[in-house]
Design a protein around this ligand. Structure first.
Ligand SMILES: [Zn+2]
Length: 376
């Protein structure tokens, strides 16, 4: 349920009103849990159509996720046949009292172990009460079309039933449903990956571990600003002059540091002589604090974060900070200075130290920063 809480930002107020609970500080984990429990209760009621009208305009991503999610939750966690907004005959939800009296309540009551709807004869054997064949077929086809409307097929998994079995057999169907939705929506950013491969002239493409590359900023730093920057950087969503010139937002496409070459992503962060000098000073700084041996030069992959070395946390954190510093220099229209960079590393150290005291993770902090603790 947490993903809903995160997507909700804009919709929070309206939902608070609806749930009649007071506005809650986002940092308060315990109360957050209460929200999610409240939300769960709210989502698990039978008819969503009217409720969604109020939040549909908040965020398309949110509304889509909640709608998909709530449909799955309704279908699997609650799974009632009666008054279920997805199971309709002639456009109306159904309730057959004589079926309910005989104990037919849930969709699962009409399912075989392999998630197919049971036959009329099986139904008659299982529930001993008179039901006409026509009435049975009506309910069965309503359930079938509800299942179809969920469109629960994954790219690699054409058989809907496999998925239904997975969900039915899962102890945590909500979690499983969430994972399925994520798998359905996520795609590989092939364009940006191919552009990086072309730009950097990588030959050994097989060895590029993109998953580690994308995860690295999450592991090596606590700063959301740096993480967000690297996310944009890897997806090539950093506006360089060559792009800004193309869309007529900049008067020049030349590099803001050297003013002599076209400012592309690769030029700005690696090829430019000014940037090159900056990386050299960063390398000297690393050597001075004993982070790397004097003989080791910084490589293109390391400087651009295209190498997912999970073990070298501080090393990667500092390089990420270097990239961000180059980026901020571009916007301040100043040349990168190694003194200012070291100041930034120092302030990052202080922030992480403060966080480690609050969260009681001093050991992890000291292990990560030990080489710089004395030097800075
Ligand atoms: Zn340049």
């Amino acid at each position: 349920m947490y993903f809903i809480v995160f997507f909700l930002q804009n919709a929070f107020d309206r939902i608070y009103q609806r749930l009649q609970i007071k506005a809650i500080a986002p940092s308060d984990q315990f109360k957050r849990f209460q929200i999610s429990a409240e939300l769960k209760r709210w989502l698990w009621t039978a008819d969503y159509s009217s409720r969604f009208a109020t939040i549909r305009d908040c965020s398309p991503l949110f509304a889509l996720s909640v709608r998909d999610y709530s449909r799955l939750v309704e279908f699997y966690s609650v799974g009632h046949i009666w008054n279920n907004s997805m199971i309709k005959i002639a456009g109306k939800t159904i309730f057959y009292k004589h079926w309910a009296n005989a104990g037919v309540m849930k969709i699962n009551d009409l399912m075989t172990s392999d998630s197919r709807i049971i036959s009329y004869n099986c139904f008659k054997e299982k529930f001993c009460f008179p039901v006409s064949f026509l009435e049975f077929c009506g309910v069965a086809s309503a359930i079938r079309s509800a299942m179809r409307s969920l469109e629960l097929s994954l790219p690699g998994e054409k058989i809907l039933e496999n998925l239904l079995i997975k969900l039915n057999s899962s102890n945590k169907p909500s979690q499983a449903a969430y994972k399925i939705l994520i798998t359905k929506k996520c795609t590989r950013p092939e364009k940006s990956q191919n552009k990086w491969i072309k730009d950097c002239g990588f030959v050994d493409v097989e060895n590029l571990d993109w998953e580690s590359i994308y995860l690295l900023p999450r592991i090596c730093t606590l700063s959301t600003k740096l993480r967000n920057f690297q996310f944009k950087f890897l997806h090539r969503r950093i506006a360089t002059n060559s792009f800004l010139f193309k869309i007529k937002l900049s008067e020049t496409n030349l590099c803001c540091f050297c003013q002599s070459a076209q400012e592309t992503l690769l030029h700005l962060f690696w090829e430019c002589p000014i940037t090159e000098a900056f990386w050299n000073s960063v390398q000297q700084f690393f050597v001075s604090v004993d982070l790397i041996p004097a003989s080791q030069a910084l490589t293109l992959c390391q400087c651009l974060g295209l190498k997912g070395e999970k073990s070298a946390l501080l090393f990667n954190h500092c390089l990420l900070l270097g990239r961000f510093y180059i980026y901020s220099c571009k916007y301040k229209n100043i040349r990168p200075s190694s003194i200012e960079y070291v100041n930034q590393v120092r302030s990052n150290l202080k922030i992480e130290k403060h966080i480690s005291i609050i969260t009681g993770t001093q050991n992890a902090f000291e292990q990560k920063w030990r080489k710089m603790l004395q030097a800075l």
